[in-house]
Design a protein around this ligand. Structure first.
Ligand SMILES: C[S@@+](CC[C@H](N)C(=O)[O-])C[C@H]1O[C@@H](n2cnc3c(N)ncnc32)[C@H](O)[C@@H]1O
Length: 281
């Protein structure tokens, strides 16, 4: 029984990092006319209300998107991401937050396709409702995204961004993610893969970045943003990371421009910091 609801966390500091990277990757793929696929193994609900419901319980968006909303000095990659959030909030007030499927949908052209997986029975209903007018370019399926993705690879256009974004509330998600990436690479080694992970104190999470880096010798990028001190009680998310396989050459420079700014804007104490590493360097 799945209890995780992304609506509690929508727009928090971890979503800012993840979605800034995802927007950059999508825009890069859309620069060429040739079609691409966007695959989301853990899609969530697609879009979230911030002014009511679950998001109001913990106000996590105040640790993330709300801190960027009024800023006029955003580095270009963050400005692209905030513009994508503004598309859902045309009157200028921050009330809605796009999940990864909605960010992708904004970028997709006529020739592109989106494949979304979501296992939570309520979340998938909301996801389906959010994309009810999308037509056949967006196919949404219930069930286990770790398993289902195998049947999609390689995608017909041989160009794709796959986001693997579990909640990791179940500690087996760490091993399942590693296994899933290995399977994906066997089927489609040249695809772009973006894997999100949380910075929390549990041992599986602490080991995870090193395990991701061992998946391949080169053509990977690892970025992490810690917003503060590791909590002494061991509870809570103090940062997050993204591991990107086959990153476009533009991503490193975009993150160099963005991360010091994000540490300043989202950091809560002097332990706020970032990591940016590129495999093969
Ligand atoms: C972190 S949220 C996804 C957020 C979304 N990718 C975004 O960035 O907007 C993780 C989602 O995965 C779903 N989930 C958990 N296990 C799953 C599985 N094995 N296959 C597909 N979805 C799963 C959860 O119900 C939850 O909605």
């Amino acid at each position: 029984m799945l209890s995780y609801r992304h609506a509690f966390h929508a727009g928090n500091h971890a979503d800012v990092l993840k979605h800034c990277v995802v927007v950059h990757l999508l825009r890069y793929l859309a620069q060429k006319d040739k079609a691409f696929w966007y695959i989301d193994t853990h899609a969530g609900a697609g879009a979230y209300a911030l002014h009511e419901g679950y998001a109001q319980k913990r106000l996590e968006f105040e640790t993330g998107i709300a801190r960027l909303w009024e800023r006029t000095d955003l580095p270009a990659p963050l400005a692209d991401y905030v513009d994508a959030v503004r598309a859902l909030n045309p009157d200028g007030e921050l009330r809605f937050y796009p999940g990864s499927p909605y960010l992708a949908w904004q970028t997709l052209r006529e020739q592109d396709r989106m494949r979304l997986f979501e296992m939570h029975t309520t979340e998938i209903d909301v996801l389906r409702s959010n994309f009810r007018d999308a037509g056949r370019r967006a196919i949404i399926a219930g069930g286990d995204g770790f398993e289902a993705i195998k049947a999609l690879l390689p995608p017909p256009p041989r160009r794709a961004l796959t986001l693997i974004d579990p909640s990791y509330e179940d500690k087996r998600d760490y091993a399942r993610t590693l296994g899933c990436v290995q399977e994906c690479l066997k089927r489609f080694a040249t695809g772009v893969y973006a894997i999100w992970y949380p910075q929390v104190t549990r041992p599986e999470a602490q080991r995870f970045p090193a395990q991701l880096k061992r998946l391949r010798q080169d053509r990977w990028l690892h970025v992490a943003l810690s917003v503060g001190t590791v909590p002494k009680d061991g509870l809570g998310l103090y940062g997050s990371g993204m591991f990107v396989l086959n990153p476009p050459y533009t991503l490193t420079a975009a993150l160099h421009e963005t991360l010091p700014w994000l540490v300043d804007a989202l950091g809560v104490d002097r332990q706020a910091r970032f990591v940016l590493e590129v495999g093969g360097d």
